[in-house]
Design a protein around this ligand. Structure first.
Ligand SMILES: Cc1ncc(COP(=O)(O)O)c(C=O)c1O
Length: 484
């Protein structure tokens, strides 16, 4: 049997069958070989085959029919069409935020709404028990040491664990190369302050994380939006034209599990992109916050792995993997910009919470992070696939979905006449939050798109919420009115 030898046999078998379903060797509705027959053909126990089928059933790819056996689910991920991608050019512009942004922010944080808009992970999937144990066992001496400021570049133990974490996919990172920040957003803010000024222009992806637009507006930075492919990320040919025809001071990009598209840039594309930016001496600020959330294979590389001129600033945090509320993130600024970043950190927020850094350093020290990530990736994969299949089932048949290979977000493109603003308002009235596509760009694009989060376990309640969303989309017309 092929597949990753480190996985259990049932997992390898499940992965092989999944591949056969995705490449349509097995088609939607096909009967799968019986547990006994497959076991004897592959020389595996019936228990192993049964576990593999259970695994595929849990992610919605296979269904069991009473007294009949296992079947490929009638809706296939392969039937889902990928969103189209426009190569529309936008000249440099000041940020003009969508009027809806405050309402969307409030909806994301409203616990009474079904969380299809949340960009973080349900706390039930986070390792709160282990973190509670660490806190409970803190000695008085440790607590005393946590009442002081930490070093402004961050707790040495935490930076040491982070440097070790990068071993294997980013060469030569030492604790001195890392600055701890209050989440990824502070890492990005400080990086921007280091390389651009108010009135400068930077290039961003289109669509982008709407929090970036809020930040860039506050800093008075202009943007050129570069078309971004839902599968492979920013379009390099368009980016080349942009940097050749404009005075671009920096790029702000999400190469791994992009928010909101879920795209991952292939290595070759990352290499070409960094080469392009390096040859124009343009710094790249990369947001790698979801890099650890890959479903299969290896961790995708950060852009920094291809940097030859020390011009990539890598920003990340534990907000998507461990605890957004602890506000622990970091920057790897490179040697050129390290001093500038250290001085910006010290001169703005002084340092980062000593207690929270210590807590995470202790969590990272015992191997618990890797175990937690393995289980989190599995849960997210399940949630993403089940949510995508439910969207395909309950939304109109002409939808297109970018189904990512990691992370927790789905980008859904509706009929060209759909109005995500009306859909958002109407869904909110019915207790469901989504992110309307219009807030993800500076140019009023993506009116017919929505972002759906898969950060919570796929329950009957979530399925009902998706059914409600489907009804709302069907009932709303192109002019934004509800049609009977
Ligand atoms: C792509 C991306 N970057 C940054 C952030 C914010 O990160 P933090 O909470 O660590 O500041 C988010 C939050 O959802 C995000 O989706």
């Amino acid at each position: 049997m092929t597949g990753d030898p480190k996985r259990f046999r049932y997992q390898r078998l499940a992965q092989e069958i999944e591949q056969k379903i995705l490449d349509r060797t097995y088609r939607p509705g096909d009967k799968l070989p019986s547990v006994r027959m497959l076991g004897s053909r592959l020389n595996l126990s019936t228990f192993t085959v049964y576990q593999a089928y259970l695994e595929l059933e849990a992610i919605g790819l296979v269904e069991v029919r009473s007294k009949s056996g296992y079947y490929v689910a009638p809706i296939s991920l392969r039937d889902i069409r990928i969103p189209a991608f426009d190569r529309i050019f936008h000249p440099p512009r000041e940020i003009k935020l969508s009027a809806m942004i405050n309402s969307v922010m409030a909806a994301i944080n409203n616990p009474d709404l079904l969380p299809l808009a949340s960009t973080t992970i349900d706390v039930e999937l986070l390792p709160y028990r282990q973190l509670a144990r660490i806190l409970k066992n803190l000695s008085h001496a440790e607590i005393k040491s946590m009442l002081s400021y930490s070093l402004s570049e961050g707790d040495l133990e935490l930076r040491r664990h982070l440097a070790l974490w990068y071993l294997g996919f980013l060469e030569g990172i030492s604790p001195d190369d890392i600055i701890i920040t209050n989440g990824c957003m502070e890492a990005i803010t400080l990086s921007l302050l280091a390389v651009v000024r108010a009135g400068d222009t930077i290039a961003i992806e289109s669509p982008t994380n709407f929090s970036f637009l809020q930040l860039l507006k506050e800093l008075g930075i202009l943007v050129v939006e570069v078309p971004t492919d839902p599968l492979s990320g920013v379009d390099i040919d368009e980016l080349r034209k942009v940097v050749e025809n404009n005075r671009i001071r920096a790029l702000l990009l999400m190469p791994n599990f992009h928010n909101p598209l879920g795209a991952v840039m292939p290595d070759e594309k990352k290499k070409n992109l960094v080469y392009l930016a390096n040859s124009h001496d343009i710094p790249i600020i990369e947001d790698d916050i979801s890099g650890e959330l890959f479903f299969e294979g290896k961790r995708p590389l950060p852009l920094k792995a291809f940097d030859r001129k020390d011009l990539v600033l890598t920003c990340s945090s534990f907000s998507k993997t461990l605890a957004p509320g602890l506000r622990i993130g970091w920057i790897i600024p490179g040697k050129r910009l390290k001093e500038k970043l250290q001085s910006l950190k010290a001169g703005t927020t002084v340092s980062t919470s000593t207690l929270n850094q210590h807590l995470l350093a202790r969590f990272l020290s015992g191997g618990a992070y890797e175990r937690h990530l393995r289980s989190l990736r599995k849960s997210l994969k399940k949630q993403v696939i089940r949510t995508a299949l439910a969207l395909q089932k309950y939304l109109p048949p002409d939808i297109r979905i970018a189904v990512p290979r990691g992370g927790s977000l789905l980008w859904v493109q509706l009929d060209a006449r759909a109005d995500s603003e009306t859909i958002y308002q109407e869904a909110l009235e019915r207790g469901v939050s989504i992110i309307p596509g219009v807030v993800c760009s500076n140019s009023g694009q993506y009116r017919n798109c929505i972002q759906v989060s898969c950060g919570s376990p796929f329950t009957r309640e979530i399925e009902k919420g998706i059914e409600v969303l489907g009804a709302v989309i069907r009932e709303t017309s192109s002019n934004g009115q509800i049609v009977e």
